[in-house]
Structures are given as structure tokens and as C-alpha cells.
Design a binder for this molecule. Structure first.
Ligand SMILES: [Zn+2]
Length: 42
């Protein structure tokens, strides 16, 4: 029986659609953008 944490750990890593760098786990979803390419304050 997998815990919810195990489930999220097995999820594939997302990659930024702009620069292609790996995206760390984020609670918010602005599409597939890394922090570098996705600045809300910009
Ligand atoms: Zn990026």
C-alpha cells in the first residue's frame, strides 16, 4: 500500500517549457515554467 508521499515521489519531474530546466516541486501551477521563466512579479 503506497502512502500519498510515495505517490508524489513517483511522479515524473516536470521540465520548463521555455528553458527546459527541471522544475522543483511547486504548490502553484503556472503551466510548465521554472522559477526563472515564471516570475509573477514581472
Ligand atoms: Zn525556465
Amino acid at each position: 500500500m503506497l502512502s500519498i508521499l510515495e505517490f508524489f515521489r513517483n511522479l515524473p519531474r516536470k521540465n520548463c517549457s521555455v528553458c527546459g530546466s527541471q522544475i522543483d516541486e511547486k504548490a502553484d501551477c503556472y503551466g510548465n515554467l521554472c522559477d526563472e521563466c515564471d516570475h509573477p512579479a514581472r
